[in-house]
Design a protein around this ligand. Structure first.
Ligand SMILES: [Zn+2]
Length: 148
């Protein structure tokens, strides 16, 4: 089914060590933490994602999460819809357990995720998408309603 959330999980450390990549498309409306920020509607909001395994600059196991798409947000000035482009690439470091998560979080500037079990791509995509969306989206320049 196009746009549905993937129903598989993957081993993040294995993907990282073999520099593999997985990709897909999911509907932002299917992501609970994102859906509430979207303009109401039934039309799907496809987000193309790629999760690529690699080593970080200091040779730690990492993933790069790429998101591409456009999401309809509510302009906080005129309350009209504003299409917000998403083009985000984020590197996250992998922690094997809670202890390593705490240690890495203290040591590095970047994002660290716990990968002590197989991960759900939809969860990673949702978390990154939430981080990339503006807290108070607005039309650039004048709002369309103000131009009329
Ligand atoms: Zn506006």
């Amino acid at each position: 089914m196009p746009g549905s959330a993937p129903d598989f999980r993957f081993d993040a450390f294995r993907l990282s060590s073999r520099a593999g990549a997985i990709s897909g498309t999911l509907d932002a409306r299917s992501l609970p933490n994102v859906a509430e920020s979207l303009v109401a509607g039934d039309d799907p909001v496809p987000i193309a994602w790629t999760i690529a395994g690699r080593a970080s600059a200091d040779d730690r196991p990492a993933l790069e999460i790429d998101l591409t798409g456009s999401v309809p947000l509510v302009c906080q000035r005129c309350l009209g819809p504003v299409d917000w482009p998403v083009a985000q690439a984020t590197e996250v470091l992998l922690a094997r357990d809670e202890k390593e998560l705490v240690r890495l979080d203290a040591e590095v500037d970047g994002e660290v995720i716990l990968a002590d079990r197989p991960l759900d791509p939809a969860t990673l995509v949702q978390d990154e998408l939430v981080l990339t969306l503006p807290f108070a989206p607005r039309h650039e320049g004048e709002c369309p309603s103000a131009r009329q």
